[in-house]
Write a protein that binds this ligand. Structure first.
Ligand code: CMP
Length: 146
């Protein structure tokens, strides 16, 4: 069964790497069901990362996510939550370069905070955050070739 996940190209990767990242997402067989460029407000970034609000890096994370445009994507594929996480690689690019050198974070992330990409950690978060960022979306468009 097809599954959805939320993917975000973060501000640090937008200027230099977004086209290459979008190309690789399509080449890997994900359908891009929704896509929009947006500068997140503080409120939006805080809500998006609500689960991390007690972490020492929360404020830096929110500042970073508001620092420029992001690309917000809904990806559809079988087992898409896990597949997208695997394609991104580990959160920390230092680890990614060792354990998953071909992954997107190994190639495009600068450090553990400025790590180029986000992906939902499970299906429940995916549905909640997709609803938060895209609202009630009932269409099932495939923007893969746009
Ligand atoms: P992401 O997958 O979007 O989920 C939470 C984000 O917090 C993570 O990517 C990083 O951008 C950031 N993050 C996670 N761990 C740390 C850390 N130890 N120090 C700074 N930022 C972190």
């Amino acid at each position: 069964p097809k599954q959805q996940t939320l993917a975000i190209i973060k501000p640090d990767a937008m200027a230099e790497h977004r086209e290459e990242i979008l190309g690789e997402i399509r080449a890997a067989g994900f359908s891009i069901s929704q896509l929009k460029e947006a500068v997140l407000s503080r409120d939006m970034a805080e809500e998006l990362y609500r689960e991390h609000r007690d972490k020492p890096f929360y404020r830096q994370l929110v500042d970073f996510m508001c620092s420029g445009p992001c690309m917000l994507l809904v990806l559809t594929k079988e087992n898409t939550v896990e597949e997208w996480r695997s394609m991104m690689g580990p959160t920390d690019p230092v680890l990614a370069k060792v354990t998953a050198p071909g992954s997107l974070r190994a190639r495009f992330a600068s450090d553990i905070l400025h790590n180029a990409l986000h992906g939902s950690s499970n299906q429940e978060h995916a549905q909640e955050k997709i609803h938060f960022l895209f609202g009630d979306i009932t269409s099932d468009r495939d923007l893969t070739s746009n």
